[in-house]
Design a protein around this ligand. Structure first.
Ligand code: IVH
Length: 687
C-alpha cells in the first residue's frame, strides 16, 4: 500500500468529518448529498480494500451526528438505527433486497412471496417521541444513534404531533387491558411541506431575510433551534414510521398493523403505503411512487421496504447498525453541483426582471438542468453568487430549478460579480426599483417585446382565453416577426399569415385559427383575468365580474367602488384604476370587443346554484377530480373558492396529504368534506 492511499484516506476522513459537522450540527451543508455520498463511498471502498486504513475515529464507524452541547443528551432506550441504501434506479433494487431476505431466511425456491410493507422515505429529520401513559414526555433527535438531543420544546410546537394519544374506541374502558401503553416510543420524520417551504421563503425573500436552503434543512434547522419561539414559527409536519421502546402494549404482529394502530392513537401516518407480496410488487411500488414524486406535497428521497412480519424481522436481525429486514431504495438526487457560466436577465409580463443563472448542464431531479432562477438582485447578494462559481442547484417536483448556495472556496480567480442592468436588456427602456420593493422593473410596458410575449402567453392560457396551440415558440415568432404588436392583432391573423411562419404547417395554422375563433365566446371574469392587470389574479377577476357585472362598470369604477369588491384592497384597487386610466388599455379592450369577443354581461350578478355565497377551500389530492375540475364545479355551483382557511370559510374539501389547511379547519370547527361528500353536496339542490 502506498503512502498516497493513506494520505487520501486521511483527507477523506477530514473532509467527511467537516461535512458531517456542517450537516448535522450546524444544519448548513455545503455540498449536495450525492457529493457527500461519493466521498463516503470512496472512503468505505478504500477501507474495505486496505483494512489497516480504517481508524477507530473514521466517519464510516458511526451513524453520524453528535449532539449539540446546548441540548440535553438523551440516551435512546432502543438505539435508532439507519437503513441500508440501494441506489439502483431500476427494479433491481427491489429484486436484490428480496433475494437477500429470502436467502437469509433460508426460504426454498418455491416458497410463497415474502410480504413487505412499502412506504415513502421522507426527507427530513428523524425523531423519537416518547409517550408515557399516553402523554408526550420527550422528543429526541437521533444523534449518533445511541444518544440524541432533547428537542421536546421544539417538537411540541408541531401541530401534527399529538401531545396526548387518543384512545381507539372500545379500549380504555376495559379494566383487564391497560387503558394506555405505559411506554410507547414512536419514530418518524419531521419534515416541511413544499408549499410551506415556498411560502416561508417567499415571505423571507420579500422581507429581505434569510431563506431556508431546502425543506429538509428547513425541518432539521428548525428542530435544532435553541429558541422554541423560532421553531414555532416554522411550518413543520410529521409522519410516524416505526417504534422504539414499548411497555404495556400488545404490539401488533405486522409493521402495517403497527402503523394502523399508531394512526388510531392519533399519530400522523402517511397514506402512501402498501403491502406488497414479493419483489415485483415492490418494484411496481417504486415505479409508481417515482411517477407521483413530483406531485407529492413534500420531498422524498426514495421508498423504504420493510419485511411486514415482526417475527420475521426478529429472525433477520441486524448487521452492524442496519437491520437486514429493511432497505431504502433511493431516487435520483434533487440537488447537484455545477458551475454558473453566465447570469442573464429575463423580463416578465409585468416588466419584472429576473436574473437567471446559465449553468453547465447537470442531471438533477431526473432531468438535465441548464438554467436556474436567482429570483432578484438581493438574493444574488445574499447568496453571493458570482459568474464562474460552483453552486448547488436544486430541482424538486415541478418547481423551477434554483441556485441554493455557493461553494465559495471553489471560486476561480476570474469570477465576476453581477449587477442589475440600468436599462432593459430587451427594449432598452429604463429599469427602476420602486421604494420598498425588491424587484427591478422594465418601464417599457407593451413597447417591450418581452413583456408583450408574456402578456400574450398570459392572455392565451387555459384559465384565461384558453387559446389552444398558442405556445411559447409561436409567440416568439409572432412577436419577433412583427405580426403582433397588441393583443387584438392576434384575432387579425389569418391562416395565410400564419402558414408563412416556420414550422407552422398549414394544418396547425388552421387549428389555431379555429381555437382563436372558439376563444371569442368567453366570460367576463376570464376576459378581465386575461388582460393581465397587475395584482389581478383569477379569483379577483371573477370577483370583479360578479360584483360589477359589466366591463364598462369595471373600467369606469373609482378606487372607492373597486374597494367595495370583496378581497380587493387599496393596492389592488389602485392597480385596476391605473390600468383603465390609460387610454391605450381602454383601446385594447375596445378593439378586442370589435374583433368579436363576447361574454354575457351581468351574468354573475344573478348568480345561482346551490352554493351561492359560500366560501370553500380545497386541500390535498382528491381521488378522481383534479384541483381545476373541483374548482370549476364549485364555482359553477356559485361558491367562491378561497386559498386559505379562515372563520369565513363555510367548508373545506380535503383529499389525501391535506396539510395545515385541514388542521386549521379542524381547529376552527369548520365542516370538512371528502370528494364524495362534495359531489353529493353539488347534486343537492336543497342546500
Ligand atoms: S425506518 C430500523 N422508514 O431514513 C429502520 N426510515 O437511515 C429505521 N426515513 O434518518 C428507519 N422515511 O429518519 C424508516 N419510512 C421510513 C423513513 C425512514 C425516512 C429516514 C430515517 C433515517 C433514515 C434511515
Amino acid at each position: 500500500m502506498t503512502a498516497d492511499l493513506a494520505a487520501r484516506a486521511a483527507e477523506l476522513r477530514a473532509l467527511i468529518t467537516r461535512h458531517d459537522r456542517l450537516y448535522y450540527e450546524q444544519d448548513a451543508p455545503e455540498i449536495p448529498d450525492a457529493e457527500y455520498d461519493r466521498l463516503f463511498r470512496e472512503l468505505q471502498a478504500l477501507e474495505a480494500e486496505h483494512p489497516t486504513l480504517r481508524t477507530p475515529d473514521s466517519p464510516t464507524q458511526r451513524v453520524g451526528g453528535r449532539p449539540l452541547d446546548a441540548f440535553a443528551p438523551v440516551r435512546h432506550a432502543v438505539p435508532m438505527l439507519s437503513i441500508r441504501t440501494e441506489t439502483d434506479t431500476e427494479a433491481s433494487g427491489a429484486l436484490n433486497f428480496d433475494a437477500r431476505v429470502r436467502r437469509e431466511l433460508a426460504l426454498p425456491e418455491d416458497a410463497p412471496p415474502v410480504e413487505y410493507a412499502a412506504e415513502l422515505k421522507f426527507d427530513g429529520l428523524a425523531i423519537n417521541l416518547r409517550y408515557e401513559n399516553g402523554v408526550l414526555v420527550q422528543a429526541a433527535t437521533r444523534g449518533d444513534g445511541e444518544t440524541g438531543e432533547d428537542v421536546t420544546q421544539n417538537v411540541r410546537t408541531l401541530r401534527d404531533v399529538p401531545l396526548r394519544l387518543s384512545m381507539p374506541p372500545g379500549q380504555g374502558a376495559l379494566f383487564d387491558a391497560p387503558p394506555v401503553p405505559e411506554v410507547l416510543e414512536v419514530r418518524g420524520e419531521v419534515y416541511m411541506r413544499r408549499d410551506d417551504f415556498e411560502a416561508f421563503n417567499a415571505r423571507a425573500i420579500a422581507a429581505g431575510e434569510k431563506t431556508l436552503v431546502n425543506p429538509r434543512n428547513g425541518a432539521a434547522g428548525s428542530i435544532r433551534q435553541l429558541d422554541p419561539a423560532v421553531a414555532a414559527k416554522r411550518p413543520l409536519s410529521f409522519f410516524v414510521y416505526g417504534l422504539g421502546e414499548v411497555r404495556g402494549w400488545a404490539v401488533p404482529e405486522t409493521h402495517a398493523g403497527v402503523l394502523d394502530a399508531l394512526a388510531a392513537f392519533g399519530l400522523p401516518v402517511c397514506a402512501h403505503r402498501e403491502i406488497c407480496a414479493g419483489a415485483e410488487a415492490l418494484a411496481a411500488f417504486h415505479a409508481r411512487i417515482a411517477e407521483a414524486r413530483p406531485t407529492l406535497p413534500f420531498d422524498i428521497d426514495g421508498v423504504v421496504y420493510k419485511v411486514n412480519s415482526l417475527a420475521l424481522q426478529q429472525r433477520l436481525g441486524f448487521v452492524t447498525r442496519e437491520p437486514r429486514w429493511a432497505v431504502a431504495h433511493k431516487y435520483p438526487a434533487q440537488e447537484a453541483l455545477t458551475t454558473v457560466q453566465d447570469i442573464e436577465v429575463q423580463v416578465g409580463r409585468t416588466g419584472k426582471l429576473t436574473p437567471v443563472a446559465r449553468l453547465a448542464p447537470v442531471f438533477v431531479g431526473g432531468v438535465t438542468v441548464t438554467n436556474a432562477t436567482l429570483h432578484n438582485e438581493s438574493e444574488i447578494r445574499r447568496k453571493d453568487v458570482h459568474i464562474g462559481d460552483t453552486v448547488v442547484v436544486r430541482r424538486a417536483g415541478d418547481v423551477i430549478p434554483e441556485v441554493v448556495s455557493v461553494l465559495s472556496d471553489r471560486r476561480p480567480a476570474d469570477a465576476r460579480a453581477f449587477s442589475m442592468p440600468s436599462h432593459c436588456p430587451v427594449c432598452a427602456s429604463d429599469v427602476v426599483r420602486e421604494e420598498g420593493e425588491v424587484d427591478h422593473r422594465c418601464t417599457g410596458g407593451l413597447y417591450c417585446s418581452a413583456q408583450r410575449k408574456q402578456a400574450l402567453l398570459h392572455f392565451a392560457q387555459r384559465r384565461a382565453m384558453d387559446i389552444e396551440g398558442l405556445g411559447e415558440k409561436l409567440v416568439d415568432q409572432l412577436v419577433e416577426g412583427g405580426l403582433i404588436r397588441t393583443l387584438p392583432d392576434l384575432y387579425r391573423l389569418g391562416v395565410l399569415k400564419l402558414a408563412e411562419l416556420d414550422r407552422m404547417a398549414e394544418k396547425s395554422a388552421e387549428n389555431l385559427v379555429v381555437s382563436l375563433e372558439r376563444s371569442k365566446r368567453t366570460t367576463l371574469g376570464r376576459f378581465v383575468f386575461a388582460l393581465g392587470i397587475r395584482h389581478v389574479g383569477e379569483a379577483t377577476a371573477k370577483d370583479l365580474a360578479r360584483h360589477l357585472g359589466s366591463m364598462d362598470r369595471i373600467m369606469d369604477a373609482s378606487v372607492e367602488e373597486l374597494s367595495q369588491v370583496p378581497d380587493v384592497g387599496p393596492v389592488v384597487a389602485a392597480s385596476i384604476h391605473t390600468f383603465f386610466a390609460q387610454a391605450h388599455n381602454r383601446e385594447v379592450v375596445e378593439q378586442l370587443r370589435a374583433c368579436g369577443i363576447v361574454w354575457e354581461e351581468g351574468e354573475a350578478r344573478v348568480a345561482s346554484g346551490p352554493l351561492v355565497g359560500r366560501t370553500v377551500v380545497l386541500t390535498g389530492t382528491l381521488p378522481t377530480l383534479t384541483r381545476d375540475q373541483a374548482k370549476d364545479l364549485l364555482e359553477a355551483a356559485g361558491a367562491k373558492v378561497a386559498g386559505s382557511v379562515s372563520k369565513k370559510t363555510d367548508f373545506v374539501v380535503a383529499g389525501t396529504d391535506a396539510g395545515s389547511k385541514l388542521t386549521k379547519a379542524q381547529e376552527l370547527g369548520i365542516n370538512i368534506l371528502d370528494e364524495s361528500g362534495l359531489l353529493s353536496l353539488l347534486g343537492n339542490r336543497e342546500l
